[in-house]
Design a protein around this ligand. Structure first.
Ligand code: ADP
Ligand code: ZN
Ligand code: ZN
Length: 734
């Protein structure tokens, strides 16, 4: 056994589960980057813990080479949050650390990236007389540019002072008149422009949150699009800034738009720093450092911004709380909502969730008293909520997926000079087989489950017993040949619309046609300018944007939600429908929504028609409670994939039998091990995929089980190119 002296535990940015012990003299602060010997190499790591003893004998412990910085790269409380992520999500600490650090920082480059420079006058410069420079005209011109402003200026400000402006700046620096500073962030813009006249509920929400500014509390602002949620966030953030704090605003992947940045910038009068996957590594490093140095007052970012090392973070706003893009689906599979909540509790500041359609997890948490709900029931824009109409696909059918009635309504809008938006819910990947005459659906003879069409082999699959059968073209019940795969893609809808309404200007917005933010912004501009009659799109359209001239919203393919394997399919469906519905119309031109469905009598649609999300939540929570699904239990999904079919299943079989024996040995009756199934998307990039679900009502027994199970998973021999991953609180079951 080793003994006292300074031992530190270091996380290295590699896929490794444990920390590495090193000696150091004197002790190095937690969160500091260090250079350590590792095998024959040197590696950059982060000090995660201090220890008095090591399991290794002291003489085998190596010394840290050096601390790389004089300040920690991560605060001790952020390190705590990262450790929690590793524990809770069962991910290697090395991977978690890698996820939290910009590439340059991981690689040992300076914490502070290179910024451009700005020039300002020194004391001597401020006192100097312009005439003293009359014999150097360019220097004089440059000097005058600086004399006329109080802010430091970037190089482009001097370009008109004469061709040798660079040399002139150098000369003025030598004289001691001018000095340079790194350009961290654009200077303050102007005064705050917050809306003073908050509506009563907004004012109340604001007052309630402001009472808790210096402690941890979770708030849920529930209000439809346009109810003024963002305005409340801005008021709260403004108070946080006044007190010298920093604010983080987390937004969904595609919702991050220059529009929002500009609005925040104008409202608060400070520069906004952004952080998302559309930035280069270097830009991300800059934002990261601005957060660490305290120079960034407000950061707007997507999920990974939750790891930024703020110097004095005092509030997190998580907008569109229900959005699934907050869940990371690869490598470290964390949910930014849970991480943000944990971080806010750890660092003792309030967190605000905002949405029209909260996740059922959050509704449940609010009812249990873990979040305080603040309702904004009215639109600040005074636009009424749209009316919702159902089109019964059983009666009003058109072969191409668009009903005659919907097409007629679209034509009417075009004649009135208004726009239509056709939304296709792409969730629930696999189409189901339905007879359009008698509504028979293909069901597995062995199980009570609907057969699902798979592209890969052009056959119908049962996801419970894995039996496959041929695709059917005639209905066995009524012998009609109106048997269809329910499920139409955006591309097909675009074609159909163009054929059905010649001359209509159709624009498609989905991941295939719209890959960058700038492209998306350009398209939005064309919609605003009225260059488009019909918009066809996926969920990209349901987020963050308002289309005042859109007066019709058509929603296709909602029925997949009724058949999906994913227990959250219905929740996502209702959220999406209400979200898109809320995008349309304005006071003088209210919107109308048309939903095509085979199930017009479903109680879910009553809730949608009345814009009553909470009744839906009640209905659905009742189902979940009965089925013991989250939020009434916790799930863990073990996925595997391999190039050779069968190996993925074989791996899960072994994992499952180990799981069963652990459950038995621990006497752990709480943990339920489900059956192994092929994934709904059975093959991706030539890899065959399968999954094994586990569940438990309580967390502690599940954790106890996982702690025993995962080290064993590592030991199962991996045949061929098999890969596996573990997803705690999975969101994606495809
Ligand atoms: P949400 O975030 O809920 O979609 P916003 O805060 O974006 O709502 O508000 C929608 C629109 O209404 C914005 O144009 C905003 O400037 C305006 N708005 C918000 N609050 C008020 C208010 N109290 N008075 C007037 N306009 C408001
Ligand atoms: Zn039939
Ligand atoms: Zn079956």
């Amino acid at each position: 056994m080793g003994q006292l002296s300074s031992i530190v535990r270091v996380a290295l940015p590699i896929r490794h589960w444990s920390l590495f012990d090193y000696r150091c003299e004197p002790v190095i602060e937690i969160g500091t980057r260090v250079l350590v010997p590792f095998g024959r190499r040197k590696m950059v790591g982060i000090v995660i813990e201090h220890a008095e003893y090591s399991d290794l004998p002291l003489d085998r412990l190596r010394y840290i080479d050096t601390a790389l910085d004089s300040i920690p790269a991560l605060s001790a409380s952020l390190v705590e949050t990262l450790k929690w992520i590793a524990r809770y999500y069962q991910q290697p600490i090395g991977d978690v650390i890698s996820t939290a650090l910009p590439k340059a920082v991981r690689r040992g480059r300076p914490l502070q990236p290179k910024f451009g420079v700005v020039y300002r006058l020194t004391e001597a410069g401020l006192e100097a007389d312009t005439e003293s420079l009359s014999r150097a005209p360019v220097q004089k011109a440059v000097f005058e540019v600086l004399k006329n402003v109080s802010e430091p200026l970037g190089p482009q400000a001097f370009e008109h002072a004469g061709r040798s402006w660079k040399g002139a700046l150098k000369a003025l620096e030598t004289r001691g008149y001018v000095k340079t500073e790194p350009r961290f962030i654009e200077p303050e813009l102007h005064e705050q422009q917050l809306i003073d006249d908050l509506m009563p509920q907004q004012a109340q929400a604001r007052a309630t949150i402001l009472q808790s500014l210096d402690k941890h509390q979770c708030f849920l602002i529930q209000g439809v699009t346009g109810s003024g949620k963002t305005e409340v966030y801005l008021h709260v953030i403004s108070k946080v800034l006044e007190a010298g704090g920093q604010a983080l605003m987390l937004v969904p992947e595609i919702g991050l738009s220059p529009q929002l940045e500009q609005r925040v910038q104008h409202a608060l009068g400070v520069a906004v720093t952004s952080y998302h996957s559309g930035l280069t590594d270097k830009q991300r490093h800059k934002s990261w450092w601005l957060a660490l140095s305290g120079a960034a007052k407000v950061v707007i970012g997507t999920r990974s911004a939750v790891f930024l090392p703020f110097r004095n973070l005092k509030v997190i706003v998580l907008d569109e709380e229900h959005d699934t893009s907050f869940k990371q689906q690869e490598r470290v599979r964390y949910h930014a909502r849970s991480v943000a909540l944990h971080r806010a509790a750890q660092e003792k500041f309030p967190i605000i969730f905002g949405t029209a359609t909260p996740s059922l997890e959050t509704v449940h948490a609010a009812r249990a008293g873990r979040a305080q709900t603040l309702l904004l029931p009215e639109r600040a824009t005074r636009a009424p909520m749209p009316t919702v109409n159902l089109i019964d696909l059983g009666r009003d059918y058109s072969r191409d997926g668009l009903t005659v009635r919907l097409l007629d309504e679209i034509r009417n809008r075009i004649m009135a000079g208004e726009q239509s938006l056709i939304f296709i819910n792409r969730r629930g990947f696999a189409p189901v087989v339905v007879c359009l005459t008698c509504q028979w659906t293909a069901i597995c003879p062995n199980c009570d489950s609907r057969l699902i069409y798979h592209h890969s082999d052009n056959r119908l699959h049962c996801h419970l017993c894995m039996q496959r059968s041929a695709l059917i073209s005639q209905c066995p019940q009524c012998l009609s040949d109106q048997v269809q795969l329910l499920g139409v893609g955006t591309q097909r809808v675009e074609e159909v619309l163009q054929r059905a309404i010649p001359g209509a200007r159709v624009m498609r917005i989905d991941r295939d046609t719209t890959q960058s933010y700038s492209e998306f912004e350009r398209k939005l501009k064309r919609i605003q300018d009225g260059d488009v009659d019909i918009l066809v799109g996926t969920q990209m359209l349901s987020k963050g944007h308002h289309f005042p001239n859109v007066t019709l919203v058509g929603i296709l393919n909602v029925d997949q939600g009724f058949y999906s394997m994913d227990f959250r399919a219905m929740e996502h469906l209702v959220q999406q429908v209400l979200q898109v519905a809320g995008r349309a119309g304005r006071a003088e031109k209210p919107g109308e929504v048309y939903i095509q469905t085979m199930h017009p009598d479903s109680a879910y649609f009553d809730c949608i028609r009345q814009h009553d999300y909470l009744s839906f939540a009640d209905l659905e929570l009742m189902q979940r409670r009965k089925a013991v699904q989250p939020p009434f239990s916790r799930y863990v999904l073990l996925r595997s994939n391999s190039l050779k079919p069968g190996q993925e299943i074989e791996y899960l079989r072994q994992a499952r039998s180990i799981a069963r024996s652990i459950v038995q040995k621990q006497g752990n009756s709480q943990v339920r091990v489900f059956d192994i199934v092929q994934s709904p998307i059975q093959k991706i990039s030539n890899r065959f995929r399968a999954q094994l679900l586990l569940g438990s009502v309580a967390y502690t027994p599940l954790k106890q089980f996982l702690d025993a199970w995962i080290p064993q998973l590592e030991k199962i021999p991996k045949k061929g190119k098999l890969r596996w991953n573990l997803d705690v609180d999975p969101v994606d079951f495809s």
